[in-house]
Design a protein. Structure first.
Length: 368
């Protein structure tokens, strides 16, 4: 656990204690302790076309102690809530991994563990976030740093001045918590933000000093961008009015990464209001680009069954109903191929930085 600059959040602590009170009150009244957990699934998510983001609905699932199918999950929820209350009292932050270990033990008189893997404890924290209407940061839980940033950006991190233009080509490791009370944006003179799916392409752009030539902030989440990266992009967009361009592989998974940045994710729809960037643009890699930039078909990868099924799912999502997106996805399916950003190296190692992106930006060739 790490001591950090925190203010004790009495409201959150009170909500966590309220869960314990729920159990005590139910026991005193000889009733089954039950809590209502909002459903985090597509069935409880809607697309707000006016706002351009995903929103969570009102459907909830009862989680009760005396229900055989729910007893373990109820117990897990209470264990995690107790650990989170401990953090509040001690004014500490901790990691998702440490929460898992803190709450893992063998249940008395059995051979069963409270948690077998972290895949069980992480969703419980998300359940508590949405149930208590408290952000993960307010619960004092952080994830591993999962992204990098470089460019004309000066941050304040725990009192330290961080100049993202003077940290070498490796840049600054984006924390999982980038709320203003933790990370201050002291200055930003960039013209736009380029959010890159892959660390390999981000490294190429950083090494070639693309950010300096085009006066931009380069961000990467090394795949699906974690909350810290998405939140920093949103803050730069919101506080400095910077356009955000998203660069991903040309495959269904890249399309979805873009949509998560733009509209929010299905699983974390309750976070869309502070995470999503409805005005973000898809700058590539487009299914039209292999022909436009004369990439040979042999650098494409044949779509597999999972790719095809996922692409067809995307076609049915309300937020992919714009004609341009229907054309984009159907063109990929018709080609039978997907292309990685890495394939641009077939033309030249610096093709991405010296030809592809400069042309994209000059021609304003992107999708909304």
């Amino acid at each position: 656990m790490a001591k950090t600059k925190l203010t004790r959040n009495g409201a959150v602590e009170k909500k966590l204690i309220g869960l314990a009170d729920l159990v005590i009150t139910a026991a005193q009244q000889a009733k089954d302790p039950t809590m209502a957990i909002p459903i985090r699934a597509l069935s409880n998510v809607s697309f707000n076309e006016r706002k351009g983001l995903l929103e969570m609905g009102s459907k909830k699932q009862a989680r009760s102690f005396f229900n055989v199918g729910m007893a373990k999950k109820f117990m897990q929820t209470m264990l995690v809530a107790d650990a989170l209350a401990e953090l509040q009292r001690a004014e500490l932050t901790t990691s998702l991994r440490e929460i898992y270990y803190r709450t893992k033990h063998t249940i008395q008189d059995s051979h069963e563990n409270t948690f077998d893997t972290q895949d069980e404890s992480d969703p419980i924290i998300e359940d508590l976030e949405v149930s208590l209407v408290a952000l993960r940061e307010e619960l004092h839980v952080r994830a591993e740093n999962g992204g990098s940033v470089v460019g004309p950006l000066v941050l304040g991190d725990d009192g330290d001045r961080v100049d993202c233009a003077k940290l070498g080509k490796g840049g600054y490791s984006v924390p999982s918590i980038v709320e203003p009370e933790y990370v201050e944006i002291r200055r930003c003179t960039a013209d736009f933000v380029l959010l890159v799916e892959k660390g390999t392409q981000w490294n190429r752009l950083s090494e070639d000093k693309f950010w300096r030539r085009y006066n931009c902030v380069l961000l990467t989440g090394n795949g699906q961008p974690p909350r810290g990266v998405r939140r920093l992009a949103r803050r730069l967009h919101e506080e400095y009015r910077l356009p955000v361009y998203v660069l991903v592989d040309n495959d269904p998974w890249g399309y979805y990464i873009y949509s998560v940045v733009k509209q929010g994710s299905i699983n974390l729809a309750f976070e869309s209001q502070r995470m999503a960037i409805p005005k973000a643009k898809f700058i590539g890699l487009s299914s039209a680009d292999p022909e436009r930039y004369e990439l040979p078909r042999n650098v494409g990868i044949k779509l597999n069954e999972k790719d095809i099924a996922r692409a067809k799912e995307l076609l049915n999502y309300q937020w992919f109903q714009k004609p341009a997106w229907q054309v984009e996805i159907k063109r990929m399916l018709a080609s039978g191929l997907k292309y990685e950003l890495d394939a641009l190296a077939n033309k030249d190692f610096q093709y991405l930085t010296k030809k592809y992106l400069p042309r994209k930006l000059k021609e304003k060739d992107w999708l909304d």
